[in-house]
Ligand binder design. Structure first.
Ligand SMILES: Nc1ncnc2c1ncn2[C@@H]1O[C@H](COP(=O)(O)OP(=O)(O)OP(=O)(O)O)[C@@H](O)[C@H]1O
Ligand SMILES: [Mg+2]
Length: 382
């Protein structure tokens, strides 16, 4: 998958106009505050419809303007596609292909994108929800239909919690009606929850193997082995991956049944994949609390590259990869390892503020850009 060009209109501080990219390495250099992250974010938005940083759609629009838009020309398996993303007056977000506005379910996969930025370190440092989301996003990238399963599961959990809450306050009417409704929600949670557990277990299992391999290849400074593990209501990822659906459903049902009294006492749903823990382990210790900042970055990078590999295994192509603040996120050894890894694999965008930085041997296809006060200059290459 390649992003061939991007046309910007009223997007943050970036000047209006079109930029053509290399299918290989794209190096974007500029001093602080010139617009490098904004350019990376524009590509990321076109791919994911989500901004890098938590921001409202209207904040994407250049100061003093009412609306903004991005257009991208994408090449995938020899086919071209024109994509757009826009924020209209009032902050309404739209995206789609050609002239057709699409919803997220149809749009996913239009431009597969993976990004590494300091912001994403919350995946390592934050609570379990961040890691569940990381794994879920990886699965959605290869199976867009999984998004619907997640959304439906979340809805069902909300409904069940509401029912348990009403029961706790004694406002559900009769006991029999309550039990029938609870049973119906549990059925739904078993159906959706077992699918989530199986998808996550398979993904974590594969990712674990890839992260180990990629991490040891990326860093020449003999870092200790890394691993990834998932703890769920019904066991770890190895005990779920490869099991048949019927037995996963049955195991989840048993756990739900045995938690029913506790759930009722606490008026909240306690069992299911919304409680899964995904742990990143570094040299036998939790990365979240024991890892240095650089070790956390290195692991996260290996995890993202692992996700790119899974993407290729399943869909036949790599996503485009964005790396913001290149020189401050990785040390020299890490940078060299990373560039060697990416070479000839996927289209890469790198933002850096250093004027001179050793980027190793030039790629066959490579372009350089400079950004000054939002203006992107093409310094040549192919
Ligand atoms: N909606 C907007 N309208 C106009 N300017 C904006 C908007 N949003 C952000 N900016 C400005 O864009 C400028 C560039 O921001 P950006 O984060 O891209 O810089 P950068 O080149 O990545 O810098 P650094 O090297 O410090 O990370 C900043 O001055 C920021 O205030
Ligand atoms: Mg920046």
């Amino acid at each position: 998958m390649t992003l061939e060009s991007l046309t910007l209109f009223n997007f943050r501080n970036l000047a209006n106009g079109a930029v053509s990219f290399s299918a290989g390495l794209n190096i974007v250099q500029g001093a602080n505050g010139q617009g490098k992250t904004n350019l990376m974010e524009a590509i990321y938005l076109l791919g994911t419809t989500k901004p890098f940083r938590r921001s409202r759609p209207r904040e994407l629009v250049a100061d003093g303007e009412d609306a903004c838009s991005l257009k991208g020309r994408v090449e995938k398996n020899g086919r071209g596609d024109d994509l757009f993303f826009s924020v209209a007056e009032g902050g309404v977000k739209r995206f789609g292909r050609g002239d057709e506005v699409q919803d997220l379910y149809d749009y996913i996969g239009a431009l597969d994108t993976l990004a590494f930025t300091g912001e994403h370190l919350s995946i390592v440092r934050g609570g379990p929800e961040e890691r569940r989301k990381f794994v879920d996003r990886g699965i959605v990238g290869i199976k867009p239909g999984y998004l619907k399963v997640l959304v439906d599961y979340r809805k069902a959990i909300r409904q069940k919690n509401r029912l348990l809450g009403d029961a706790g306050r004694g406002s559900t009417g009769n006991e029999r009606g309550f039990l029938i409704e609870l049973e119906a929600w549990n059925e739904r949670l078993i159906d959706l929850g077992s699918r989530i557990l199986m998808e996550r277990a398979a993904h974590v299992n594969r990712l674990h193997a890839l992260v180990r391999e990629i991490h040891s290849g990326l860093f020449s400074d003999a870092r200790p082995p890394v691993s990834m593990a998932m703890r769920t209501a019904i066991g770890d990822e190895r005990s779920i991956d490869g099991e048949d659906a019927g037995s996963v459903r049955e195991r989840l049902k048993q756990e739900l049944d045995s938690a029913s009294r506790r759930e009722r006492e606490r008026s909240v749903s306690l069992v299911g994949p919304h409680r899964d823990e995904i742990e990143f382990v570094y040299g036998g210790k939790p990365l979240r609390t024991f890892g240095s900042s650089g070790q956390q970055r290195g692991f996260l990078l290996a995890a993202k590259l692992g996700r790119a590999e899974i993407h290729r295994e399943v869909s036949g192509g790599y996503p485009v990869f964005l790396f913001d603040d290149f020189e401050s996120e990785l040390d020299r050894g890490g940078r060299t390892g990373f560039l060697q890894y990416c070479r000839d694999r996927f289209q890469l965008f790198i933002a850096l503020s250093a004027e001179e930085l050793d980027m190793g041997a030039p790629w066959d296809r490579q372009k350089r850009f400079r950004i000054q006060q939002g203006r992107v200059s093409d310094l040549g290459g192919c």
